[in-house]
Design a protein around this ligand. Structure first.
Ligand code: VG1
Ligand code: CO
Length: 543
């Protein structure tokens, strides 16, 4: 065994996006490509002597190769220890949990999350800091700068580690401990939720379907739902992680989780349905013949949080990303606690959670979480719902309808235009920016514009500023249209158009969403010129 220094040249474009560096697998397979990025992370961190690194991924194609490479590089960089998930598998929330529990310096998550996998699919890598959360922009930017000037990296020539066997081995001076991927995470969930009540619920014949989408959360869901909570075998479907997610898009929304939606729409549907994404940090909640939007899910959990033992003392605050609906703000107001509005991406919640300003956080993109870790957490949200269903004895639909009756309903939808031409997408955004100054006061049919801006965020804890985080057009009655470009795609650009309308009157709480938003959809087209710029008459995905 010895440590080699390898000469390399920088690759353009290794700048992390909304959540890490995501590229096609074929890009990551180029010699030195992964190594350059990993060495840039290590160089940015500096001396790691005596420190522990956590390492794991969502099991997609290229995961195992990447784990072996990173282990050999971590040994060359002088880490004392790496904790790696068995089989190279750790969900994103599990990485966050393990970093915090074991006092690690940080962790590396290998995932492109909801993006498709397989040899022609996507791969990704993300660095998490000591609080367990995604590195803030100051760190990701420093990593990127380093990738631009890198000339060499260091790597041990040690043989591959057996990732299947739990236990300790060594590479050079470094200890490699292969850990059970589920144990630490499951232990934390038990502290937060009333497992006894949920066990009774299942014991009473309550039926559930959890769609693992052949991604990372299958083993977690099986161990916790079927193992610890006594849900019948078969509750978890598509529960074995596959390198290509069975050819599907591991994105838990009604479009991509069509199998679950069909099961939940049947006359003999289970009481409760849920799905998670590639790396296990997203969740979709479904009732019998009833889909719950992520924005509503956050609001319902916030309003009922004290049913769960982990949140019995109440919430300190609620944070949501800017495009997420304002449903949670109404709950915060009723609870008399602060509401925070951050840019898109979980990394912006970290400072609020660390400072004890917020307890629950959520994004419209099927992400919900709390201060128990520093990532969004798919299975956590599912267990929270189960705890709520057990404590209330009500159905999903009942809980949500009652919530609307009390707080009003925020009709909400996101329209995605995927893989559009990058220049056209940039020009659409630029032309909107030019219009911003003239929009306020304009009468757009049913709506009058109150505010139009490009969202800028100053972090209330560390004062850092994030600019150009999405164009928002807010109407005088609080309805909104938001335009932003995705920072996770790997093909062209993806335009996201977010639409929201508030309805106080319960007589109008059961309209089809697209119908309820029809006037806003028309305005979005008129103001944004979406068809003209993208050449698309309709969105690729509507959620
Ligand atoms: C998307 C979502 C964002 C989420 C991010 C990472 O980003 O909109 O809310 O935080 O994915 O989620 P973008 O830039 O494509 O809109 V995950 O589960 O893919 O790590
Ligand atoms: Co994810």
């Amino acid at each position: 065994m010895s440590i080699q220094t390898v000469n390399t040249k920088s690759f353009p474009g290794q700048r992390p996006g909304t959540s890490g560096l995501r590229k096609k697998v074929t890009v990551f397979q180029q010699p030195h490509y992964l190594e350059n990025f990993v060495q840039s992370v290590f160089d940015t961190l500096g001396d790691c002597a005596g420190k522990t690194l956590v390492l794991g991924g969502d099991g997609r194609f290229h995961n195992r190769d990447a784990v072996q490479t990173i282990l050999r590089m971590a040994a060359a960089h002088g880490y004392a220890k790496v904790l790696v998930g068995q089989g190279g598998i750790l969900s994103t929330p599990a990485v966050s949990c393990v970093i915090r529990k074991h006092g690690a310096l940080g962790g590396i998550v290998l995932s492109a999350s909801h993006n498709p996998g397989g040899p022609d699919g996507d791969f990704g890598i993300k660095y998490n800091i000591a609080n367990g959360g995604p590195a803030p922009e100051s760190v990701t930017e420093a990593i990127y700068q380093r990738t631009e000037t890198i000339t060499e990296y260091r790597i041990s020539d040690a043989a591959a580690v057996d990732l299947n066997r739990i236990g300790v081995t060594r590479i050079e001076q470094m200890e490699v401990e292969v850990i059970d991927s589920v144990a630490d995470y499951a232990e934390l969930m038990q502290k937060l939720f009333d497992f006894e009540a949920i066990r009774k619920l299942f014991g009473g014949g309550f039926r559930m379907c959890f769609d693992g989408m052949h991604a990372v959360s299958g083993p977690y869901a099986k161990a916790i739902l079927e193992g610890m909570l006594g849900a019948p075998a078969g509750t978890v479907i598509n529960g074995v992680p596959l390198e290509d997610f069975g050819g599907h898009h591991p994105d838990p929304n009604p479009v991509n989780a069509a199998e679950l939606i069909a099961i939940m729409a049947a006359d003999d549907a289970p009481d409760f349905g849920a799905a998670s994404d590639g790396d296990g940090d997203r969740n979709m909640i479904v009732g019998r013949k009833f889909d719950v939007t992520p924005s509503d899910s956050l609001a319902v959990l916030a309003a009922n949080a004290t049913v769960a033992p982990g949140y019995r003392d109440g919430l300190k605050g609620i944070a949501r990303s800017m495009p997420t609906s304002q449903a949670a703000d109404r709950v915060a107001e009723a609870l008399g606690i602060p509401a925070y509005e951050t840019p898109t991406g979980w990394k912006f919640f970290g400072t609020l959670l660390d400072a004890g300003k917020a307890t629950l956080c959520g994004e419209e993109s099927y992400g919900t979480g709390s201060d128990h870790i520093r990532e969004k957490d798919g299975l956590w949200a599912v267990l929270f719902w189960l705890n709520l269903l057990a404590a209330s004895g009500k159905s999903v639909e009942q809980l949500v309808s009652e919530h609307w009756a009390r707080f009003g309903r925020n009709y909400y939808s996101r329209h995605d235009y995927e893989a559009v031409e990058t220049n056209a997408a940039n020009e659409l955004m630029a032309s909107l920016r030019i219009k911003l100054a003239t929009l306020p006061g304009q009468d757009l049919g049913h709506y009058v514009v109150a505010l139009a801006d490009d969202f800028e965020y100053t972090d209330p804890v560390d004062g850092s500023v994030a600019r150009q985080q999405g164009i928002r057009i807010v109407m005088t009655n609080g309805s909104r249209i938001v335009f932003r470009l995705s920072g996770t795609g790997t093909e062209g650009a993806t335009l996201r158009v977010y639409l929201e309308r508030y309805e106080a009157d319960p007589t109008y709480h059961h309209l089809p969403t697209q119908q309820a938003l029809a006037a806003l959809i028309l305005i979005a087209e008129q103001v944004g010129g979406i068809t003209g710029w993208t050449g698309r008459a309709r969105p690729t995905v509507t959620t």
